[in-house]
Design a protein around this ligand. Structure first.
Ligand SMILES: Cc1ncc(C[n+]2csc(CCOP(=O)(O)OP(=O)(O)O)c2C)c(N)n1
Ligand SMILES: [Mg+2]
Length: 346
């Protein structure tokens, strides 16, 4: 397969969100994408509420605003492809098809959670859905994702691993070490930089000398594209190209998603690093869910049908919250299990 074009002229103009002309998604796929994005949005809003009520402890990083990224990429994947990300991970879990009940139960520290209530927001996994976490050390998942891609090459299967990272993480040393190894060994790894413009409180312009993060793999000849990450159709189209490239054995691929988080970095964030107007303007003019809903109405989907699905989504999330609150906490004896792995002496 020919290498993907990486020259700047061929890339979409994503300087201003929503200006790139993305190929439209077929109606059924767009409907699925919209429902998935809505599920993540409603789930995250509920998680925010439960946190406020003291039912979720520890860290909790919400994904609200960034939904189009994970949903558009997931639409381009096949069963068996792997996903790994940072601590801002609930959306990734739901997109891979993990059960909202299991995720909410884990957030609230219940025995029915994905990590039996002992992992919390940042540490959930599903072998069945090929979701490998949930990692709190900034950038650490990038080396692990590269290792997952290596295992695919070693096993000679045609699986790809999607490794998500933030723009803040993108300048960590191990990210560049991973790029080198992935390019050298032609590993089937798709690196997705979710550029939501801020780390904990530092804007990308203050933290990164690279102004085009999609080109951060250029020294290793890793093809890279910038994508309007607020447009699920644009994300999907770019992800399809990336998946085809990787699956064909050409090596790694890099996508920089231009996106935005609406909420604070974590649950307490004085937000002095950006203006309310900036957030409001993104919500009003570039919301990925509103954008998809308008496209569905324009494609002839009845508003009543969308409203019915909105109610259905709310009910799924409420059920997850109710089930979590009535589930037991882990038995205290669980403190001593799943902490260290037993290994035989050499
Ligand atoms: C190695 C390491 N350094 C610092 C931190 C503290 N920290 C947590 S999140 C974060 C910002 C990361 O920003 P970005 O990669 O853009 O991801 P986002 O939160 O925007 O999704 C920092 C510095 C950490 N968890 N790990
Ligand atoms: Mg960021």
């Amino acid at each position: 397969m020919a290498r993907a074009k990486t020259n700047k002229a061929a890339r979409p103009d994503v300087g201003a969100f929503g200006t790139a002309a993305a190929p439209a998604l077929p109606r059924d796929k767009l409907l699925h994408a919209w429902r998935q994005m809505l599920l993540i949005r409603r789930f995250e809003e509920k998680a925010g509420q439960l946190y406020g009520m003291g039912l979720i402890g520890g860290f909790c990083h919400l994904y609200i605003g960034q939904e189009a990224v994970v949903v558009g990429v997931q639409l381009a994947l096949s069963d068996g492809d792997e996903v790994i990300t940072s601590y801002r991970d609930h959306g990734h879990m739901l997109a891979t098809g993990m059960d909202p009940r299991g995720v909410m139960a884990e957030l609230t520290g219940r025995a029915t959670g994905y990590s039996r209530g002992k992992g919390g927001s940042m540490h959930m996994f599903s072998l069945e859905k090929k979701f490998f976490g949930g990692h709190g050390i900034v950038g650490a998942q990038v080396s692990i994702g590269t290792g997952l891609a290596f295992s695919n090459l070693y096993r000679a299967n045609d699986r790809v691993c999607v490794t998500y990272l933030g723009e803040g993480a993108s300048n960590q040393g191990q990210v560049f070490e991973s790029f080198n190894l992935a390019a050298l060994l032609k590993l089937p790894c798709i690196y997705v930089i979710e550029n939501n413009r801020y780390g904990m409180g530092t804007s990308v312009d203050r933290a990164s000398a690279s102004r085009d993060l999609s080109q951060n793999g250029a020294p290793w000849r890793i093809p890279g594209v910038q994508v309007d990450g607020m447009d699920v159709a644009a994300v999907h189209a770019a992800a399809q190209t990336a998946v085809a490239y990787c699956r064909a054995g050409n090596g790694p691929y890099l996508m920089e998603m231009k996106t935005y988080r609406y909420r604070g970095h974590s649950m307490s964030d004085p937000a002095k690093y950006r203006t309310r107007e900036e957030v409001q303007s993104m919500r009003e003019h570039h919301d990925p869910i509103d954008h998809a809903r308008a496209a569905l109405l324009a494609a002839g989907v009845a508003e009543d049908e969308l409203k019915r699905m909105e109610a259905e989504t709310r009910a799924i999330v409420q059920d997850a919250a109710d089930a979590a609150q009535s589930a037991p906490e882990p038995d205290p004896a669980e403190l001593w299990t799943d902490v260290l792995a037993e290994s035989a002496p050499p």
